[in-house]
Design a protein around this ligand. Structure first.
Ligand code: TXA
Ligand code: MG
Length: 348
């Protein structure tokens, strides 16, 4: 499917009853009838389609250039709408729904197989979440159907945190984008497998492992997140992702080690970028130094991460060196995304 130009519908004020707005009514009707439309969630922008229509779901895969074996997350507006789509969940899964929905937590549960088989890529499970964003919730309610939505980027690129990012990647490939401003969390939802005795984190994200532990006690983590040899249980985790055009290398060992590497690469005639923080940015003499939030507040790093990766593309650098972050709280998600962007290359 191609469009002359993708429409951008702006929601200026995201408070009040959004379902009354004509932009929400239009976008919801398009989704219900099988078009795909990008919209903001609290994590990143999603590319939404009606879960019951095969054509809408295949159009999502086509617009993104997404591999067919990578299933989508279904967005619903309430726990009861979730229970319509899944077999009886374990008690801990209901605790997680009650505690974290709406919010950046996706639960993988046994599917009742009501949705298009393209949504689940033929798996017997389905991934669901209630997003914590007024625009997303208004669209789901007004469309009257659950909305399947992966992140609204071209496959392999950093996820979009503004409507501008979506337009850059998908203009002409989708009918419309609902612009609700910048997203807040900045990294995607945490994906948790709820089909076994205990919950297992398949993808770290906006809700932290520590927060989940407080609610349900023991939480596992898919070992494929740390061991390259293991096959990930979440199909999406096996692909290279979030990659800027220039190779990105994660560097342990502090600002001095990075400055040495900058000098080496500049000596070879390269244009060098550094992903730094507000605290460290003045420590580097490189061609492009970008502050990605404050190290003292990792949430701000998560918020800016994808935007900063995209700016390096505009700056045409030849190589990017990135600082590393502690793997605690949202730092686990930040490091997971950076490792993927770096194709696993860490300079120690
Ligand atoms: O924050 C988010 O989760 C965003 C916003 C738009 O909601 N969405 C998002 O979707 O990140 P996507 O498609 O980029 O990532 C979905 C992840 C993939 O890693 C996919 O493999 C996994 O969820 N997933 C989906 N269904 C699954 C299933 N049945 N079993 C295991 N993993 C699944
Ligand atoms: Mg994605």
């Amino acid at each position: 499917m191609s469009y002359k130009q993708t429409k951008v519908l702006t929601v200026d004020n995201v408070s009040g009853d959004l379902k009354k707005l004509s932009v929400i009514k239009d976008a919801a009707l398009w989704i219900k009838n099988g078009e795909v439309v990008a919209f903001p969630t609290e994590t990143v922008y999603g590319l939404g389609g009606n879960v019951f229509l095969d054509e809408a779901i295949s159009q999502i895969f086509e617009a993104k250039g997404r591999p067919q074996d990578n299933p989508l997350i279904i967005h619903i507006a309430s726990k009861s709408q979730a229970l319509d789509l899944i077999g009886a969940p374990p008690a801990y899964a209901e605790l997680l729904m009650d505690q974290f929905w709406p919010g950046p937590l996706t639960l993988v549960c046994v599917s009742k197989q009501k949705v298009s088989e393209y949504v689940t890529a033929g798996l017997h499970t389905v991934a669901i979440r209630v997003p914590d964003h007024p625009v997303a919730l208004a669209l789901i309610e007004e469309a009257g159907v659950p909305i399947a939505a992966p992140s609204a980027n071209r496959s392999g690129k950093p996820s979009p945190t503004t409507a501008c990012h979506v337009f850059h990647d998908l203009n002409g490939k989708i009918m419309a984008i609902v612009d609700g401003g910048s997203t807040g969390v900045g990294v995607e939802s945490t994906v948790v497998d709820c089909t076994g005795e205990i919950p297992i984190i398949l993808r770290p994200g906006g809700v932290t492992k520590e927060q989940i532990e407080q609610v349900v006690g023991t939480v596992g983590i898919d070992k494929a997140l740390f061991e390259k040899s293991a096959a990930p249980k979440s199909p999406g985790m096996k692909y290279t992702h979030y990659a800027p055009n220039a190779p990105l290398q994660l560097v342990e060992g502090g600002t001095e080690r990075i400055q040495q590497l900058i000098i080496e690469k500049q000596g070879e005639g390269m244009r060098v970028g550094v992903l730094a923080t507000e605290e460290s940015q003045t420590s580097y003499q490189a061609d492009v130094v970008l502050a990605c939030g404050q190290r003292a507040h990792l949430q701000t790093v998560a918020q800016k991460l994808y935007e900063v990766l995209r700016v390096f593309d505009e700056e045409n650098v030849d190589v990017i060196f990135s600082e590393t972050f502690p793997q605690e709280g949202v730092g686990l998600a930040i490091m997971n995304r950076l490792e993927k962007a770096a194709s696993g290359i860490i300079i120690r």
